[in-house]
Design a protein around this ligand. Sequence first.
Ligand SMILES: Cc1cc2nc3c(=O)[nH]c(=O)nc-3n(C[C@H](O)[C@H](O)[C@H](O)COP(=O)(O)OP(=O)(O)OC[C@H]3O[C@@H](n4cnc5c(N)ncnc54)[C@H](O)[C@@H]3O)c2cc1C
Length: 456
Amino acid sequence: MILSIEQNAKNVKHIVIVGGGFAGVNCARKLSGSANVRITLLDKNNYQQFQPLLYQVATGVLAPSNIAFNLRSTLAGHSNVDVKMTEVVSIDLATRTVETAQGQQYYYDFLVLAAGSQANFFGTPGADQNSYPLYSLHDAERLRSRVLAVFESADRDPSLLAKGALNFVIVGAGPTGTEMAGAFGDMLQSSLKKEVGDREYKELGVDRAQIFLVDGGKAVLSAFSPKAQTYAAKMLEERGVQLRMETRVKEVGGGHVVLSDGTRISTHTVIWAGGLKAASLASNLGINTGHGGRIDVQADLTVPGMTGVYALGDFANIRGKDGGPLPQLASVAEQSGKCCAKNILLDITGKPRDSFHYLDKGIMAMIGRNSGVAEVGEHRHELQGAIAFAAWLGVHAALLSSTRAKIEAFMEWAWGYFGAARGDAILDRTKELPIDWNDDPEEPASAAGRQTNTTP
Ligand SMILES: Cc1cc2nc3c(=O)[nH]c(=O)nc-3n(C[C@H](O)[C@H](O)[C@H](O)COP(=O)(O)OP(=O)(O)OC[C@H]3O[C@@H](n4cnc5c(N)ncnc54)[C@H](O)[C@@H]3O)c2cc1C
């Protein structure tokens, strides 16, 4: 094992940040203004991914380069920040070092844990192996390739439609699942037609494709008002999305899903937007974890009983005004990153830390072209339709890290909006091409429960 314990110059504190997402990057940026610190940011990728737009990569609206940004370039103007691409696997609290999969050790004066989330399959049989989660750039590119591959396969061999080649099942009707379902609806109803023309559209079998959105709750977008939920459901149905509410996915097979009401849907594309838990690092730290496997933090974002250790963003359970945990949102991550930096600087100067107060700017979801819902500010002023759609574009472009990224995303959106065609429907990942169309042994009706013919 390579041992590289880095020691500090006198009076300069070393801050190690694990995770270069919204929380980690904002923390590093704010800390870098102080001459008394040097920062090492460790991330298993050399880029920051912009998760809110992953579904647009998955549906070919945006290219991966529109939503992922090199961390060194992002932090280039900050001379006391060093970025290392490496995966952290454990922490030694006694020696104040973090250890990486590549064998390095980094000594810290302060440690910031901001490693984000991963998919939570809640133990659903087969979900881990057979579904497509949507939590990273890699996931989005893999899903985009699968979607393109099933269309190409069905075009070559239309008999595959009977095996559910063009059935898409989305699990979870929160913002991610709803946005994904709406984008799929737009893609099937308009973008693809525009791209390939009427004849090819028919030959590809797109008019026989089906989208199912499945959720155990009563309505889509559970965090929104009943009015927004009704609007969102209507917009999804107009886009051909079949809603299966108050229904859970019981099993995901190689070529089907089984729902809690016994329905069996043939499909080779199950998209998992069913829930989150803390990144796997959380279970290796020897720290007690709370709801969602996240690290419970105190009001000042420190981890109880651990000197100089902070946890932020999706990796932490941060309490809101009502005492309940704040949701996993980019704005929570961003604000907690800045607050943590401020508290570390207060620690260094021996002053008391501040408590974190979340400034709630509201919530929004895009349902598709010209359709969105937004609840703005703490008092949840409601917007719907084209105005919420425009607000969504503006807010998400503003969150992108560079001016170039903002301009590029806007150009792609404008291209898609006025031309209705997607920019990035290229099938360039050959690994995703082979699909096992026979990986679905027909189950006896008793095992699968009620058999519903959902094949077009
Ligand atoms: C599909 C999707 C859509 C979303 N849409 C919205 C939205 O519309 N609005 C909104 O506000 N929020 C949205 N969110 C939530 C938002 O993206 C997250 O709350 C936010 O990214 C959390 O930031 P973070 O810095 O805590 O974690 P992340 O942004 O996930 O960053 C964590 C970083 O840690 C790195 N990492 C993980 N483990 C290790 C390790 N062991 N070693 C080194 N590095 C590691 C990862 O590579 C990653 O770069 C969405 C999330 C998803 C998945």
